[in-house]
Ligand binder design. Structure first.
Ligand SMILES: Cc1cc2nc3c(=O)[nH]c(=O)nc-3n(C[C@H](O)[C@H](O)[C@H](O)COP(=O)(O)OP(=O)(O)OC[C@H]3O[C@@H](n4cnc5c(N)ncnc54)[C@H](O)[C@@H]3O)c2cc1C
Length: 505
């Protein structure tokens, strides 16, 4: 025990005050007392943050719960709204759309996946899309929202949700949380990183005013700059842009109009896609595209033409490269956030990967002498997470039938990672999908995107296909009616936010 105390981490330095930095600071400050570990966060207002990152996935609820954050207060502070899924428009073919909802789709029967019954009914002429059997999708289509029912017998227990937030307000909210718990903030620019000669660990940082900041452990949350990871520790970056060719974004906020949608819209464009994210005070918009296939001016025109309300300012460009570091924990430094990697925001996974990086660090909390075994385990688990998310995002591009632009021709014909092609082949051949190693995206997610983009299985489960059509039709009809009834009685999204006390005053 005495040995453990002697080797304990005494000072943690977080460089960067975007979502990654403040999420890390907040989580650590909720667990560690300032008397035992000093936590310092350095950020530079002059450099600023990337300031986007408005859509999330349901795991964020767990992060907030870990911090003991009240949900209504959080929504109020971030101008947040609820999100039940993403509508993908024009991805399979132009003119088509589908919702990738959170939660399950339909109810599995006799141990057989629901979509097998849906495919059977479709073959007999049922024209209801798959999303008509998802509680989240049906509620989303009607702009309705309530919290999931805790009674598993209620159809409302199938609801799952996440949030749309203002990322800048979120960082501010977490800063307040962390500073109240003893995190010390230093304003200024880090100009130099010193490595200890013997082991190559980060030993200190030199600030623009010449001061030195020492620490036992460092978090590189410096965004795309990756100041410690790339510039000092020289950790290579694995480039995935041949599978995810978008490398540019134009973003602009616009006035809020109409009903408050409880879902994100992602509309495929000629060389990428455009998002629409409703928060309480405005709509977040962005056009993600590949600079190999489209110039900036054309991309801006598409963004502005695609707005449904008056822009609040001019467009802002962000360049990025999709991929990830070869290792994320190096020496006594972990890269969290954009310094670790970026997979583009199509499935809103970046804040989730930040959350995973923090919770894995906490699970593997090291002593001051970081063990290689601990570091390797962290890297193994985090890289697996990045690879699994990567495959799911590539699926959206690879499973297109669009042949109306050079960009979509490239995506349709590109080779994909073997781990993904195996999954697509199994689904196409037999309609089967499996979830490996606790992967983030569920079977329902894979099924929603595959079927939504016309990856139609050649065969239906033989047990299901032997069932009388009338029996299957009856079961599906009952499910659909139960969901419609439940949604009819739900409040609108806007009304729910009001009664929940989540509207900013
Ligand atoms: C176009 C786009 C859309 C996105 N949409 C989503 C989304 O919908 N959902 C989602 O989950 N994620 C999204 N993301 C990702 C999300 O924005 C980031 O993961 C998240 O904001 C974390 O960013 P960060 O904190 O790593 O970097 P940043 O926000 O860039 O912060 C970097 C910090 O480091 C500081 N810094 C840098 N260099 C120095 C230095 N030398 N000295 C001192 N300080 C320094 C900066 O001042 C800043 O505080 C999107 C990203 C992009 C590019």
């Amino acid at each position: 025990m005495a040995e453990i105390q002697k080797n304990a981490l005494r000072s943690i330095i977080i460089v960067g005050g975007g979502s990654a930095g403040w999420m890390t600071a907040a989580a650590l400050s909720s667990l560690l007392s300032p008397e035992s570990v000093n936590i310092t966060l350095i950020e530079s207002e002059q450099i600023g943050t990337v300031g986007v990152g408005e859509a999330t996935i349901p795991d964020m609820i767990n992060f907030n719960a870990m911090l003991g954050i009240n949900e209504a207060e959080f929504l109020k502070a971030t101008n947040g709204t609820f999100k039940l899924g993403i509508e993908f428009i024009d991805w399979g073919q132009k003119g088509e759309s589908y919702i990738h909802p959170f939660g399950n789709i339909g109810v599995d029967m006799q141990g057989i996946d629901f979509h097998q019954y849906w495919l059977h009914a479709k073959s007999a002429g049922n024209s209801s899309p798959l999303q008509d059997y998802s509680m989240c999708a049906v509620a989303a289509e009607h702009d309705k929202f309530v919290l999931p029912d805790t009674n598993p017998r209620s159809v409302l227990s199938h609801l799952r949700y996440a949030y749309h937030i203002d990322a800048t307000l979120y960082a501010k909210f977490l800063r307040d949380y962390a500073e109240k718990r003893g995190v010390k903030r230093i304003e200024g620019k880090v100009e130099g990183v010193s490595l200890e000669p013997e082991h190559g660990n980060v030993s200190s940082l030199t600030m623009d005013n010449g001061s030195q900041i020492e620490g036992d452990f460092f978090f590189d949350c410096t965004g795309f700059r990756a100041l410690l990871t790339e510039k000092a520790l020289k950790v290579p970056f694995t480039d995935w842009s041949h599978w995810l060719p978008c490398d540019s974004a134009q973003t602009v906020a616009s006035e809020r109009v109409g009903a408050l949608l409880p879902y994100t819209k992602a509309t495929a464009k000629n060389a990428g896609w455009q998002w629409r994210i409703p928060t309480q005070h405005r709509t977040g918009n962005g056009h993600i595209y590949s600079s190999k296939f489209m110039g900036d001016n054309e991309a801006i025109d598409i963004l502005m033409d695609g707005l449904d309300s008056k822009p609040l300012g001019g467009p802002r460009k962000i360049n990025f490269k999709t991929g990830c570091r070869e290792t994320l924990w190096n020496k006594n430094c972990i890269s969290i956030g954009l310094s670790a990697g970026f997979l583009e925001p199509l499935e809103s996974t970046s804040l989730f990967l930040i959350q995973m990086g923090i919770s894995r660090f906490i699970t593997l909390f090291p002593t001051a002498n970081v063990s290689n075994v601990v570091r390797d385990e962290y890297n193994k688990q985090m890289l697996k997470e990045f690879h699994q998310v990567r495959d799911f995002i590539i699926l959206h591009y690879a499973a297109t039938q669009r042949a109306d632009s050079p960009f979509w021709n490239y995506c349709r014909n590109m080779s994909v990672p073997e781990s993904l092609s195996r999954k697509i082949d199994l689904f196409r051949e037999a309609g089967r999908v499996f979830r490996y190693d606790d992967e983030l995206f569920s079977k329902a997610s894979w099924i929603a995107v595959c079927l939504g983009q016309n990856v139609i299985p050649k065969a239906i489960d033989p047990i299901v296909s032997s069932l009388p059509h009338e029996q299957v039709k009856h079961s599906l009809g009952s499910m659909q009616n139960a969901m419609k009834r439940a949604v009819y009685n739900m409040p609108t999204h806007e009304a729910f936010l009001e009664t929940y006390g989540a509207k900013p005053v």
